[in-house]
Design a protein around this ligand. Structure first.
Ligand code: ADP
Ligand code: ADP
Ligand code: ZN
Length: 214
């Protein structure tokens, strides 16, 4: 299965990605996670990406597209993948079409998680992530059993530096202007699956799994 997760910041892409890759046994390719890892490790890419991420702007396509192309060429992605957070604009979507054509493969589905913009800031600002295993929680909507501690691995939970109100608002604007047009783009390609991201986490996953149908 070759899948894309589409949706505004805070829609639940990362949360659903964990369930999807587990069920369908495909690698989870999150450009946001790749950038954050590079920032943490102090790589050149991390240094270049940081200012954009902290401002809630998109990292330039010249850095992002090549990174995804390299990742899709790795062995573990040959039988399928889940892209989370890529593509985020039309140029990225067209570049991805070209990459897939060169690899002689096609997208299976684009899962569009729809959430009312009014709840996105609360979703993102309350997000907490495990430093150790990357599991995602929410202080109100999906709390860990012990505050600040991961249920799965007992790792420490942290808040992303870009999950503050101001940056989240910028990211929502960027989404509306640059990413939302991809809904039409993939609808025209006939691959879109629309899901209601305001249901409970488990119910959203049931809708995705039943639409994917395996
Ligand atoms: P994205 O990757 O799209 O930015 P996340 O999966 O990280 O979104 O989810 C954003 C925040 O909202 C997290 O704190 C997560 O626990 C919470 N969340 C995700 N899905 C739901 C849902 N269906 N209902 C309530 N909260 C949710
Ligand atoms: P969210 O889950 O909240 O949507 P991500 O983790 O996907 O956030 O992305 C965090 C930040 O990383 C974005 O605000 C952007 O600066 C950068 N980023 C991630 N993916 C891309 C991409 N495909 N193109 C450009 N920038 C990206
Ligand atoms: Zn953990």
């Amino acid at each position: 299965m070759r899948l894309i997760l589409l949706g505004p910041p805070g829609a639940g892409k990362g949360t659903q990605a964990a369930n999807i890759v587990d069920k369908y046994n495909i690698p989870h390719i999150s450009t946001g996670d790749i950038f954050r890892k590079n920032i943490k490790e102090g790589t050149d890419l991390g240094k270049k990406a940081k200012e954009y991420i902290d401002g809630g702007q998109l990292v330039p396509d010249s850095l992002t597209i090549a990174l995804v192309e390299d990742r899709l060429k790795q062995d573990d992605a040959q039988d399928g993948f889940l892209l989370d957070g890529f593509p985020r604009n039309l140029d990225q979507a067209e570049a991805l079409d070209q990459i897939l054509e060169n690899m002689a493969c096609k997208l299976t589905s684009v899962i569009n998680i729809a959430v009312d913009p009014s709840i996105l800031v609360e979703r993102a600002v309350g997000r907490r992530i495990c430093k150790n295993c990357g599991a995602t929680y929410h202080v109100v909507f999906n709390p860990s059993k012990v505050e600040g501690v991961c249920d799965k691995c007992s790792g420490e939970l942290y808040q992303r530096s870009d999950d503050n109100e101001e940056t989240v608002s910028n990211r929502i604007n960027v989404y509306s202007n640059e990413t939302a047009p991809l809904i039409d783009y993939y609808t025209e390609q006939g691959v879109i699956i629309n899901v209601d991201g305001q249901k409970d986490i488990d119910l959203v996953f049931e809708d995705i799994a039943s639409a994917l149908g395996r």
